[in-house]
Design a protein around this ligand. Structure first.
Ligand code: AP5
Length: 203
């Protein structure tokens, strides 16, 4: 994207989708090929929980229950991350925003620096598939929020709070839906095509 001073500020991309849709998996690849940082709010919270920081303590009970961490914690954390020097050349947000209020907050925070989101990628996967993926991950990684009741709650919260936000981006013509069914490589190929169409990747 071009900032008001005419300099190329690099792509500002959001990847969204239900829990287990493959956001984190594909975010790594996008970040690598575009050479921009992938910023995952979930990963930042987990790291803070591991390091037993105050932020981690604030997030823990919400994450363990599959609820969203309050905006009073999440929004300033993201704003601070977006002011770091490494985002000057672009960035990929994974898992933020997740509500309309967060989307408005992000819009204002970016506007203050002359930026806006260029592209919103939604990875679409049906419910049964994401539950299976997360239960499988539970066996391998043992993530605290990958138990069946918490997975169900995360999916409910996604439906109630994040899906309405998807419409907000669709109305602005920023949204591109990508089929998330298939192998990681197949999904990546679809994303790669979108990035190419948007002029973010060479053919
Ligand atoms: P977050 O860490 O963002 O978790 P999530 O949204 O529930 O998503 P996941 O990380 O579970 O899944 P993913 O879509 O990234 O898929 P992945 O690539 O890992 O958030 C966790 C919590 O933090 C939230 O519940 C909330 O409490 C808090 N939080 C975060 N952001 C917040 C915000 N903005 N506001 C408030 N609170 C917030 O893949 C999943 C599994 O499937 C992996 O094992 C992977 O290997 C596998 N897989 C991936 N792709 C494929 C494929 N194509 N085929 C088969 N398996 C696949």
């Amino acid at each position: 994207m071009i900032s008001p001073d005419g300099s190329n500020a690099g792509p500002a991309i959001l990847i969204l989708g239900a829990p287990g849709a493959g956001k984190g998996t594909q975010a790594k690849r996008i970040a690598e090929v575009l050479q921009i940082p992938a910023i995952s709010t979930g990963a930042i919270f987990r790291q803070n929980m591991k390091d037993r920081t105050e932020l981690g303590q604030k997030a823990q009970s919400y994450m363990d229950a599959g609820e969203f961490v309050p905006d009073s914690v999440t929004n300033p954390m993201v704003k601070a991350r977006l002011s770091a020097p490494d985002v000057a050349g672009g960035f990929l947000l994974d898992g933020y925003p997740r509500t309309i209020d967060q989307a408005f907050y992000l819009r204002d925070a970016l506007a203050a620096t002359g930026r806006e989101l260029d592209l919103v990628l939604e990875i679409a996967v049906e419910l049964d598939e994401v539950v299976q993926r997360l239960l499988k991950r539970a066996e391998i990684e043992g993530r605290a929020d990958d138990t069946e009741p918490v997975i169900r709650r995360r999916l409910e919260v996604y439906k109630e709070q994040t899906e309405p936000m998807v419409t907000y981006y669709a109305d602005q013509d920023k949204l591109v839906q990508v089929d998330g069914i298939g192998t990681v490589d197949e999904v990546w190929e679809r994303i790669r095509q979108v990035l190419t169409e948007y002029g973010l990747l060479e053919k």
